[in-house]
Write a protein that binds this ligand. Structure first.
Ligand SMILES: C[S@@+](CC[C@H](N)C(=O)[O-])C[C@H]1O[C@@H](n2cnc3c(N)ncnc32)[C@H](O)[C@@H]1O
Length: 266
């Protein structure tokens, strides 16, 4: 069944460790996203994990509050999960197709306190100092603007004492994609890998965007854009969560990615 929903071997591979966890998996949600957006394997895979999974993750990180902002919300899986313990949720993304899916998913599950908007992380559609909790999961590396400016914009909308969670990839993800690509005959996968490697190569000469962010780089831009770092670790380590992370903690002994918990510096 999963094979019918997810055709991309990379996403299938990443989902594998989660498939035995019937506690969270949701074929119904996966099927709905497939119906709304047949070619977006990434979003189908995110919903297959089930909203209960994301709720547990969010509960362990954020206290309940008024306004939750999901930057780069994609098809809305994190936003809809946050809606059960925040009064209002705003999800922003640049991809209209994913925003459409997110909006349709919200009405399918009758979730009325979430709003999805087309906006860039560089210009958030919110007043200053209004956000209690901000999530930016697996997004920063795709943003084509200087990360320091993007992080400053996110810092602007935060309430004093608010919390922000980021997950960003490290070098392990590049090695993983390389391995996947060499074992594949898919033109799309080779095209994607060339793009990632091209970006990685340019980043060696100081050009942005980059495809992964090591810990020193992240700590440096957080510091320069007005954030205090409250925690850093491999995925699911903040809040001591006994859950499988979405991505593997490492690949070929290199870190796959890291999570960061930040608070705006006063
Ligand atoms: C890998 S997806 C992650 C989606 C979602 N956070 C999740 O975990 O399911 C990255 C998302 O970032 C969005 N994105 C890229 N650049 C952006 C920008 N400048 N502003 C807002 N969203 C952006 C993309 O459109 C895409 O939906």
């Amino acid at each position: 069944m999963i094979e019918e929903l997810i055709t991309d071997p990379t996403f299938r591979q990443l989902l594998k460790p989660h498939l035995d966890n019937a506690q969270f998996l949701s074929l119904e949600l996966g099927k709905l996203v497939k119906e709304y957006s047949p070619d977006d394997d990434f979003s189908v895979a995110q919903y297959l994990l089930g909203l209960e999974y994301y709720k547990k993750r969010l509960h362990a990180i954020f206290p309940p509050g008024q306004l939750f902002l999901d930057v780069g919300c994609g098809a809305g899986n994190w936003s809809l999960s946050a809606a059960s313990f925040f009064q209002q949720v705003v999800g922003v993304d640049l991809r209209e197709d994913r925003l459409k899916v997110a909006t349709r998913m919200a009405s399918s599950i009758k979730c009325s306190n979430v709003r999805f908007e087309s906006a860039s992380a560089l210009r958030l559609p919110l007043d200053s100092g209004v956000v209690d909790a901000l999530l930016c999961y697996n997004v920063l590396q795709f943003i084509d603007h200087p990360h320091r400016l993007v992080l400053s914009e996110m810092r602007r909308v935060m309430k004093p004492g608010g919390l922000a969670y980021f997950w960003v990839p490290d070098i392990g993800i590049i090695l993983y994609y390389l391995r996947q690509t060499f074992g594949s005959r898919s033109v799309a996968q080779w095209r994607n890998m060339s793009r990632i490697l091209g970006r990685a190569f340019l980043s060696l000469f100081g050009f942005r965007p980059i495809s992964w962010m090591n810990q020193n780089y992240m700590l440096n831009i957080c510091q320069r854009s007005g954030w205090d770092v409250k925690g850093v670790g491999s995925e699911c380590s903040i809040g001591n969560l006994d859950l499988k992370p979405i991505f593997p903690p490492e690949y070929a002994r290199f870190p796959f990615g890291r999570e960061y918990l930040l608070s705006p510096r006063s």
